[in-house]
Design a protein around this ligand. Structure first.
Ligand code: MTE
Ligand code: MO
Length: 203
């Protein structure tokens, strides 16, 4: 039992640093478990900043001002603690990389290269209960996609990122700058852009 706990810890510590290994892992995964993604229709390439289409721009979402504010902080709260991180704070944390698609029900799917902080690392810092769902909240003032909930299985997946970069560049404003969610196996509508807060739910 002692060894089991030890190897789990070693894995978690290693997860952030082994970015190259993570990319290798997901590159293989995109062919199989994400197969439903391809049912949405033909892949669209190009079309949009950083080679990825946009469903709603920062301006259309009414977040252009808030997203560009240097005072922006990501607030992560657990039942007993709250932390606030600037974009610079997030950049200084161990970064992970993942190759994952954005699959929109409107009929396109594009695979991209993402880089950022594993969501689980932030939840661990804030001390959330690993069995609890988390609520992901956008800066977007209104609209159906401003909030999502994420069950623990997704939230703690080492490939679920608070993404800061897309295809080798700082996230474009329209792709969710200063930070957005990218998670494996979730539909596009749940890949929340322009993050504001991440909160532990009570169960
Ligand atoms: N805050 C917010 N996040 C959002 C959306 C949105 O309208 N507002 N649209 C979602 C949908 S429907 C899709 S398909 C993806 C598209 O991400 P992209 O524009 O970076 O390609 O973002 C998701 N995240
Ligand atoms: Mo979408």
């Amino acid at each position: 039992m002692g060894t089991e706990r030890q190897s789990r810890r070693t894995f978690l510590v290693g997860a952030g640093a082994s970015a190259v290994a993570l990319v290798g892992l997901t590159a293989g995964q995109t062919f199989d478990p994400l197969a439903p993604v391809n049912l949405f229709g033909p892949r669209v390439k190009g079309d949009g900043p950083q080679g990825v289409p946009i469903n709603r721009t920062a301006k259309q979402a009414g977040v252009a001002g808030l997203a560009a504010d240097p005072g922006w902080r990501l607030r992560v709260t657990s039942a007993r603690d709250a932390i606030e991180l600037s974009r610079e704070d997030l950049e200084r944390m161990p970064q992970a990389e993942a190759v994952l698609p954005i699959a929109c029900v409107e009929g396109w799917s594009t695979t991209a290269h993402w880089r950022g902080v594993p969501l689980g690392d932030l939840l661990a810092l804030a001390g959330t209960n690993p069995e609890h769902t988390v609520r992901v909240v956008s800066l977007q003032p209104r609209g159906a996609y401003r909030e999502t909930t994420m069950p623990p299985h997704y939230a703690w997946d080492p490939l679920t990122l608070v993404a800061l970069e897309l295809n080798g560049q700082t996230l474009d404003a329209d792709h969710g700058y200063p930070a957005r969610i990218i998670a494996p196996g979730r539909p596009g509508v749940l890949q929340t852009k322009w993050l504001s807060a991440i909160r532990e739910e009570s169960a």
